[in-house]
Design a protein around this ligand. Structure first.
Ligand code: PLP
Length: 405
C-alpha cells in the first residue's frame, strides 16, 4: 500500500513508479522469483541455500580461488597490516603501496605499459570510456556489450554507434558511417560475452580498426585468467596483445574478489587517473581485496594446470548439456547458456533445477535479446567430474519434466 505525504494529493511523485511496479510481486506470488537468493554458506563448488547443499553452477569463480587457503591467509595478513578499508579516494588518502605493486603485476600479466586499478570493473568501463570519448569522438560498441560499457558511453560527450552482435560486416558498415566524424574512434567489445559465452572475433575487429583508423578496447572480464597461453585473456589468445590498445578486466571473477583494472599506454593511464570520475570520487579498493588479487595473479602464473582443468570442465559440461538436446548457442568458454526462450518457462525451469540441487542463473531481457531467456551456467576449475555429472543428471530429469528435451 502506498504511503507518504504525496499520496492522494494528485501531485506528481517520483515514488509513483515504485508503487505501480507489480511485476516482481506477480512472479513472487507464482513462487518463481529468482533474484537475490540468500546463500548461507559456501565451499566454492557447493553452496548452502535454505539449509540444503546445492551444486554451484552459477558463479564466475572460474579458477575456483575464492576458498584457496593461500589466498585467504594473504588477505587476512594484509587486512591486519593495512586495516579493513582505505576510507578515501585513490587521489587523496586511499593509495597504498600494494595498489601500485598490483598495477605493475597486472600490466606485466597482460603485456601493457601500465595499469590502473578501480574499486569495481563497472567503474573501470564507466570511467575510462567516458573520459576518453570527447565531444567530437565516436565510440562503437557491440549490441551485446556489458552494461558498464553502455553506461560509460552514455556518460561520454561523444557519439555512440552500435553494431550487430559479433557481425563484422555490420561493424564495417558502422565504421564507414563514422568516417565523416572529425574526432577519433574507439571500438569496444567484450572478449568473451558474459551471457552468450561466445568469443569476440578480435582478428577481424583489429583488421577493421586499422583500416578505419580506430582504436580498440577489449573487456576481458570473462577471459582474463581463462584464455591465452598465460591466462592474459582473449587478446593474448589471438596473439593480438599489441594490436589491442586498451584492455580491461575485473577482479570479481577469476581473481576471486572485487575491483577492476585498465591497462594501456602509460600516458593514457596518467590521463585517466586524474580525469575518470568513477576513480576520483569513489573510495579505493580495500586492502584485503588487493591482497586477494595479488595472490590469485601469483597462482595464475605458477599453476597453469588450473586453466587446463577449467577448460576440461567447460568442454565436459558443454558436451553433456548439448548431448542432452539443449540449445547452448555459440558458446566457446566456461560460460554455457541453456536457451529456453520465454521468461516464465525459464524461471520455472530454474526453480526446479534449484529444488533438485543445482544453483544456476536465469537471464532474461534486457540482459539478453527478448525471447532468448536462458539459464546461464558456468564452471570452475575446482568442479570434479563427479559433481558435474550429478548436475547433468539433474538437467536431464528436470529438462524432461519441462518438455525442453
Ligand atoms: C563483461 C563484463 N564487464 C564488466 C563487468 C563489471 O565488473 P564488476 O563486477 O567488477 O563490476 C562485468 C561483471 O558483471 C562483466 O561481465
Amino acid at each position: 500500500m502506498a504511503t507518504g505525504t504525496h499520496t492522494g494529493t494528485g501531485r506528481a511523485d517520483v515514488f509513483r513508479k515504485c508503487y505501480d511496479f507489480k511485476r516482481a510481486d506477480e512472479v513472487k506470488a507464482a513462487g518463481l522469483y529468482p533474484y537475490f537468493i540468500p546463500i548461507e554458506g559456501s565451499e566454492g563448488t557447493i553452496v548452502t541455500i535454505d539449509g540444503e547443499p546445492k551444486i554451484m553452477l552459477g558463479s564466475n569463480n572460474y579458477l575456483g580461488l575464492t576458498h584457496d587457503p593461500r589466498v585467504i591467509a594473504h588477505a587476512e595478513s594484509i587486512a591486519k597490516r593495512y586495516g579493513t578499508g582505505c576510507t578515501g579516494s585513490r587521489l587523496l588518502n586511499g593509495t597504498l603501496d600494494i595498489h601500485l605493486a598490483l598495477e605493475r603485476d597486472l600490466a606485466d600479466l597482460v603485456g601493457k605499459e601500465a595499469a590502473l586499478v578501480f574499486s569495481t570493473g563497472f567503474q573501470v568501463n564507466q570511467g575510462t570510456i567516458s573520459t576518453l570519448i570527447g565531444r567530437d569522438d565516436t565510440v562503437i560498441i557491440d549490441k551485446l556489450d556489458h552494461a558498464s560499457i553502455v553506461d560509460g558511453c552514455q556518460l561520454a560527450a561523444g557519439q555512440t554507434l552500435r553494431f550487430r552482435h559479433n557481425d563484422m560486416a555490420d561493424l564495417e558498415r558502422v565504421l564507414k558511417k563514422a568516417e565523416s566524424n572529425s574526432g577519433g574512434k574507439l571500438i569496444v567489445v567484450d572478449g568473451v560475452f558474459s551471457m552468450e559465452g561466445d568469443v569476440a572475433d578480435l582478428p577481424e575487429v583489429v583488421r577493421l580498426a586499422k583500416k578505419y583508423r580506430a582504436r580498440v578496447m577489449v573487456d576481458e572480464a570473462h577471459s582474463v585468467g581463462v584464455m591465452g597461453p598465460t591466462g592474459a585473456g582473449a587478446a593474448e589468445h589471438f596473439g593480438l596483445t599489441d594490436d589491442v590498445d586498451i584492455l580491461m578486466g575485473t577482479f570479481s571473477k577469476s581473481f576471486a574478489s572485487m575491483g577492476g583494472f585498465v591497462a594501456t599506454e602509460a600516458k593514457v593511464i596518467e590521463y585517466v587517473k586524474v580525469h575518470a570520475r568513477s576513480m576520483i570520487f569513489s573510495a579505493a579498493m580495500a586492502p584485503y581485496a588487493v591482497a586477494t588479487v595479488q595472490k590469485c595473479v601469483d597462482i595464475l602464473k605458477t599453476e597453469p594446470e588450473r586453466r587446463e582443468r577449467l577448460w576440461r570442465n567447460a568442454e565436459y559440461l558443454k558436451e553433456g548439456i548439448q548431448s542432452l538436446g539443449f540449445d547452448t548457442g555459440a558458446c566457446d568458454s566456461p560460460v554455457v547458456p541453456v536457451i529456453v526462450g520465454e521468461v516464465m518457462p525459464t524461471f520455472a525451469f530454474w526453480k526446479d533445477l534449484l529444488i533438485a540441487g543445482v544453483f544456476t542463473n536465469p537471464v532474461v531481457a534486457p540482459a539478453v535479446p527478448p525471447n532468448s531467456s536462458r539459464i546461464r551456467t558456468s564452471v570452475m576449475a575446482t568442479h570434479t567430474e563427479d559433481l558435474l555429472s550429478q548436475a547433468l543428471e539433474i538437467f536431464k530429469k528436470v529438462g524432461k519434466q519441462h518438455g525442453l528435451i
